[in-house]
Design a protein around this ligand. Structure first.
Ligand code: 5GP
Ligand code: MN
Length: 345
């Protein structure tokens, strides 16, 4: 069930030209964050709105092919321009996040702005900053929700190949190409409709997944050979990376995407963690099989959240301190880890 109180804002959306809209999404946007934002961007432009996507940070180069990428304003790179857009906005869409802390200092501007906010998101426990919401955790992705949102606004006929491609990219990224448990028959039906609208599935897969630097693969080799640690008695895998290691391989935004999944591919492992020293903070990614709650783990110990099987967190402490904490708290979850799920049977 989608929690939807956007009825009151629909007349404004459908009133034609003459309003300023900002769409923003979370820190280091991934394909769902950017894909849902640009899909909504193209739709609102078709409704006659003046729209800008403002991201809190940069994002991986394998997302730069998305139609509309050249219109996106990165707050870190163009802070003044981003601030004036937020200030002038009548309406701010917040996509793929539900707590303003996920958009860094841009959150302060959104909070100060007179604009109404509308959150479209699929993460647990919204903080409640929003005026309007179109929200559920029972969906594969924010891109799937954007499809539902456009459809509920009688806008299906406005979905063209560009809009469809952005949404399709978000859906395949957040479902691991329809593998994860969040994938439903509704997800597949939407994907089928998007293909009917001209999406080239093989091409989008290649643009997203076969579009990385050689450095990423060198680092991947190093991680698999030297850095992947397994704790079989806790069914857990861990990879940590220092700043020096990132520098040695000249790692750019997005180059470590997916590394957290390596551990889960090992027979018997139900929980995998990737902990990276990103200099401004230590960033963590968690993935699990079965019912081990990554989001509760991230929230309880690492100031984070997310979904049951995919979550993240961050810390201002040193990498050593974070690793020590991780290793200390992990055994307290032993029972849950051992009963969560077994890929041995
Ligand atoms: P990733 O590991 O791919 O960065 O993130 C996995 C999931 O966890 C995403 O749904 C993302 O929104 C959520 N997530 C990642 N980092 C954080 C964080 O620091 N705080 C919260 N609340 N959620 C996070
Ligand atoms: Mn998402």
């Amino acid at each position: 069930m989608i929690e939807d109180n956007t009825e009151g804002i629909r007349p404004f959306l459908n009133s034609g030209s003459g309003s300023n809209i900002v769409i923003t999404t979370h820190h280091k946007p991934d394909a769902d964050a950017l894909g849902s934002s640009l899909a909504l961007y193209h739709y609102l432009v078709k409704l006659g709105k003046k729209v800008t996507v403002v991201t809190p940070t940069d994002y991986p180069v394998n997302l730069h092919w998305m139609p509309g990428n050249d219109t996106v304003i990165n707050f870190e790179a163009e802070a003044e321009k981003a601030a004036s857009l937020v200030e002038a906005a009548d309406l701010i869409f917040c996509l793929d996040f539900n707590d303003l802390s996920r958009i860094n200092d841009l959150g302060l501007l959104v909070e100060k702005s007179d604009a109404k906010t509308i959150m479209i998101d699929h993460h647990r426990d919204p903080s409640g900053f929003d005026d309007y919401r179109f929200w559920t955790i029972e969906t594969s992705s924010t891109s799937e929700l954007i499809y539902d949102f456009i459809k509920s606004n009688d806008g299906a006929e406005l979905i063209d190949t560009d809009i469809a491609s952005c949404m399709y990219a978000g859906i395949i990224a957040d479902t691991g190409s329809f593998r994860y448990s969040s994938t439903t028959s509704h997800t597949h039906r939407i994907a089928a409709e998007l293909i009917d609208l001209g999406v080239d599935s093989a091409k989008i897969h290649a643009l997203l997944l076969d579009n990385f630097s050689l450095n990423r693969y060198r680092l991947m080799g190093y991680v698999l050979y030297k850095k992947l640690t397994v704790y079989p008695e806790l069914k857990t895998a861990l990879v940590s990376l220092t700043q020096e290691e990132l520098m040695k391989f000249n790692i750019q935004t997005g180059d470590t995407e997916g590394f957290v999944n390596f551990g889960l591919g090992i027979k018997g492992i139900v929980f995998s963690a990737l902990i990276i020293d990103r200099s401004v903070m230590v960033k963590m990614s968690f993935r699990s099989q079965g019912r081990f709650p990554c989001n509760e783990f991230a929230n309880a110990h690492f100031n984070g959240g997310g979904h049951l099987n995919a979550a993240g967190g961050s810390s201002k402490e040193s990498l050593e301190t974070v690793l020590e904490k991780f290793k200390n708290v992990l055994p307290t979850y032993k029972d849950l880890l051992l009963t969560s799920y077994s890929n041995e049977n």
